[in-house]
Design a protein around this ligand. Sequence first.
Ligand code: FMN
Length: 189
Amino acid sequence: MSDALTLLKSRRSVKPIDLVGPGPTPAELDTLLTIASRVPDHGKLMPWRFIVFEDDARLQAGDAIAAAFVADHPEAAADQIAFERQRLARAPLVVAVVSRAAPHVKIPEWEQVLSAGAAAMNLVLAAHALGFAANWITEWYAYDRRVCDALGLAPHEKIAGFVHIGHVLHPPEDRPRPALADIVTRYGT
Ligand SMILES: Cc1cc2nc3c(=O)[nH]c(=O)nc-3n(C[C@H](O)[C@H](O)[C@H](O)COP(=O)(O)O)c2cc1C
């Protein structure tokens, strides 16, 4: 089997808390983002963009997440608030994939959203190919307008995912995968 097929057949997500440093070097990050942006894109609209969270910026973003959390849970305990503040600081690197899908005269918005999903998946796969593990997650704050504003999203932009990237010390067990018989039909038979 080719290296590429081995990679594709073995990829699995690793919890953010299990992703440790070192994170990607600047050159590796360039490679990751270059591959993430090499996706099918009907109309060449680039209906996505990336926000990189590294070092202290992860906690700066965490301040915005914690602030939204406290506003909704004024009774929250200090450890809960600290947990929320750490959300983007669990892995050494987090990349937010932002969908910029918007109404267009020719290209359906749905296709633009799918392209953002492809970008996130390419990022995950590129991370694996470089020897990292990754996890594509959203969690509540991806859908929180206050957090999105603080992260600099325009009103029409959406978080497609926060892709967490790092090294894994103990690869997890795989999970059951779909049986092809359950998801594949042959048209006309
Ligand atoms: C758009 C999107 C958002 C996701 N958000 C979360 C999330 O918030 N929390 C979570 O535990 N998994 C989330 N997942 C699922 C994980 O990325 C991952 O697929 C899951 O942990 C199963 O692992 P696997 O990739 O090895 O199959 C999300 C997946 C997608 C496609």
